[in-house]
Design a protein around this ligand. Structure first.
Ligand SMILES: Nc1ncnc2c1ncn2[C@@H]1O[C@H](COP(=O)(O)OP(=O)(O)OP(=O)(O)O)[C@@H](O)[C@H]1O
Ligand SMILES: [Mg+2]
Length: 405
């Protein structure tokens, strides 16, 4: 089994997927824009061969170089687990006549307007929305959809350039802020809780499923620096309250023609108990979500995904043992971290339930919290009981403080 895997070096967890592929017996042909001498040492044992390209986002150039590189090699799969590369992987599959999702199918997981149209056509509930390419179109869409509404990029990630707009006056301000965005989606604002629905699927049928709860909604976490965003996987994901989300998620996969691999969907649970589609990608969730899912059941989804993507089989036994909370922490002030308070008390309280503590230490430079949910490090805590996992997560959110200057 020969597998082309795009960007085994970035984001850093791609090293784990490369490991997974090697562990299930695939020969991995990596392609990335990292110079060969700069490849991480821990990645090298899992790569069978490697092509360095100057610009990984230049699709035509990468396809041409890879075609030359692989002359005489019969490749079985082309895979990518990073959102910006899923279309490139599909185009390579088409060019080389390989099994897997077509670029048209993958566009349904990448283009936020197209995905909503396809999901709606299957009779599923999506926010009312319009694709807009000019200020005039955004104003007209707002008129039609009404307030509050969401303005966001059609091809977005990380909640970048995403705004909630309360009225016509706010819309004028927002128009200035999204000027550089070529295509926007203008959407009805859905009130309610926000969750993920994640799968590893075979032929569009989930072999693995997960739900995680966003506390608070990503748009709020991204608009307020003082918030420590918390995400908790829900051990009891088949409880009646969340059933509409599971059903919606499975139906969305059918509607979009999902093939094999990871999916990461976001959905809203309205106060009336209705599940409304948010968005979906045909790749794993980022920001350590796969680690959280692994901690939930003590499994290795990096490897199980690889088994699915190559041999179309999922072998892990998946007992849902824990609710797993991750707490992203942002320091107070700018510059370098100078001091930490509350950490020792929290660690004592969490005891064995804390499974990861990767907070930045004094001397380390803060990350730009607007650019990454990863913030200035995180803790992961798990517990079989939801209330206890919730309590320990929020204790970390409120009681651990770091100062920077
Ligand atoms: N129609 C909507 N109604 C209410 N909230 C919304 C809506 N669309 C987006 N949001 C909020 O904005 C956030 C970001 O939107 P979306 O998930 O579409 O963008 P994204 O940039 O791909 O996000 P990410 O990469 O962080 O998942 C959502 O998680 C949600 O909190
Ligand atoms: Mg999102």
């Amino acid at each position: 089994m020969r597998v082309v895997f795009l960007a085994p070096t970035f984001p850093p967890e791609m090293i784990q997927y490369t490991r997974g592929l090697a562990e299930v017996g695939a020969k991995v042909y990596g392609i990335a824009d990292t110079r060969p001498e700069a490849l991480p040492r821990e990645l090298k044992p899992y790569l069978h061969d490697y092509l360095h390209v100057p610009r990984i986002m230049d699709e035509d150039d990468v396809i041409n170089r890879a075609t030359k590189w692989l002359q005489g090699v019969s490749v079985d799969r082309v895979l990518a687990n990073w959102e910006p590369l899923v279309i490139l992987a599909a185009r390579m599959r088409e060019r080389w006549g390989m099994p897997g999702m077509s670029s048209d199918t993958v566009r349904g997981f990448r283009d936020k307007q197209l995905m909503k149209e396809r999901v709606q056509a299957a009779g599923l509930r999506v926010p009312k929305s319009k694709r807009c390419t000019s200020e005039r179109e955004i104003r007209a869409a707002a008129e039609e959809i009404g307030y509050p509404l969401i303005v966001k990029p059609i091809a977005g990630a990380g909640s970048a350039d995403t705004y909630r707009v309360g009225d016509a006056k706010e819309l004028e301000k927002t128009l200035q802020l999204v000027r550089h965005v070529p295509e926007c989606s203008c959407e009805e604002y859905i009130t309610g809780e926000e969750y993920t629905f994640d799968t590893v699927s075979i032929g569009g049928k989930p072999a693995y499923e997960n739900i995680a709860s966003y506390l608070p909604k990503p748009i709020e976490a991204r608009s307020n620096e003082w918030i420590s965003p918390v995400i908790i996987t829900v051990r009891d994901m088949y409880q009646p309250k969340l059933k509409p989300g599971v059903e919606l998620g499975r139906n969305v996969l059918k509607a979009l023609g999902m093939g094999d691999g990871f999916t990461h969907m976001e959905w809203f649970l309205t106060p009336k108990g209705e599940a409304v589609f948010g968005e979906i990608g045909c790749r794993p969730g980022g920001a350590h979500l796969v680690d959280q899912m692994n901690y939930t059941s003590d499994i290795d989804l990096f490897r199980e995904w690889a088994r699915v993507a190559t041999w179309r089989s999922f072998e892990a036994h998946v007992p849902r043992k824990y609710n797993v909370g991750i707490v992203f922490k942002r320091a107070l002030g700018q510059g370098r971290i100078t001091r930490i308070t509350g950490l020792n008390d929290w660690l004592r309280e969490a005891g064995p339930w804390c499974v990861e503590e990767k907070l930045f230490r004094p001397g380390q430079q803060r990350r730009n919290w607007k650019n990454t949910l990863l913030s200035d490090g995180h803790v992961v805590v798990r517990h079989p009981d939801w209330d206890e996992a919730y309590r320990l997560s929020f204790a970390a959110a409120t009681d651990i403080t770091r100062f920077a200057q």
